[in-house]
Design a protein around this ligand. Structure first.
Ligand code: GLP
Length: 242
């Protein structure tokens, strides 16, 4: 793992956006793995600005999002498809058929998971996977005790995750869907490069376990220690437990 510790969250997000923009410029047909969550919003805003002001070109880019809630169609305001359209897809020149998010409304989530994994493989694999970190150590929706070699599948969300994401569902954890489709930890480790962005003091303890603790299914993010090209971008608050 290579760590970059920035003075504040804004600087960390700027570094992450620069890494993604550089990847697209270096390889215009890049396959990007994308993430959702509050941390990512400003990163996408920076990429949108880079597109508008400096012509960053998404026309040949393919994207695969990490995860989606089971039961929410892409038109639902709290779906990750909707999030991605609002923050990135509708604001840059990516082709809609190149912008993949698991289909939370699929009649059979297991079939959807297999098809999603196969689509990643047939795209040639992910060049750069963007990742946030859940307060319980999850990456994507790979909750603690997810197998380190897991593939894209339907999972049950931890209570802690539903509480962490309740803000988007009127504050009630019971309104957060109980299940999700997520790329597996093994799927994530197959990406040629990984870029994890973590900010804020609330994640300092779990980040220290991700970076300095043993590789363990109790802390799914720790699996990134096994990845040969993993860049972790932090602010000082998130790094304060190291
Ligand atoms: C959700 C997503 C994760 C993301 C996490 C962190 O649970 N499924 O991929 O890493 O949120 O979100 P935030 O950046 O809002 O803390």
């Amino acid at each position: 793992m290579k760590l970059v510790i920035c003075p504040d969250a804004a600087a960390a997000r700027a570094v992450a956006a620069r890494v993604i923009a550089r990847q697209i410029r270096r390889k215009p047909s890049s396959v990007l793995g994308l993430a959702t969550g509050r941390t990512m919003e400003a990163i996408y805003q920076l990429l949108v600005r880079e597109h508008a002001e400096l012509g960053l070109d998404f026309s040949e880019v393919t994207t695969f999002n990490l995860d989606e809630y089971v039961g929410l169609p892409g038109s639902h305001e709290q779906s990750y498809r909707h999030y991605m359209r609002a923050h990135l897809f509708d604001r840059v020149n990516i082709r809609s058929e190149h912008a993949h998010v698991p289909d939370g409304a699929a009649a059979n989530p297991d079939v959807e998971a297999l098809a999603y994994e196969a689509a990643i493989v047939s795209s040639g694999g992910i060049d750069l996977q963007l990742l946030g970190l859940g307060e319980n150590g999850h990456i994507g929706f790979n909750e603690p005790l997810s197998a380190l070699r897991s593939r894209t599948r339907a999972v049950t969300l931890d209570r802690a995750t539903r509480e962490q994401n309740a803000g988007m569902f009127g504050g009630d954890p019971d309104c957060v869907p109980a299940r999700a489709l997520t790329m597996g930890t093994g799927t994530i480790l197959d990406a040629r490069e990984t870029l994890m962005v973590v900010t804020g003091a609330a994640k300092a303890d779990i980040l220290a376990r991700v970076v300095e603790g043993p590789v363990s299914a109790f802390v799914p993010g720790s699996a990134l220690q096994l990845h040969e090209r993993c860049l972790v971008v932090l602010d000082e608050a998130a790094a304060s437990g190291l």
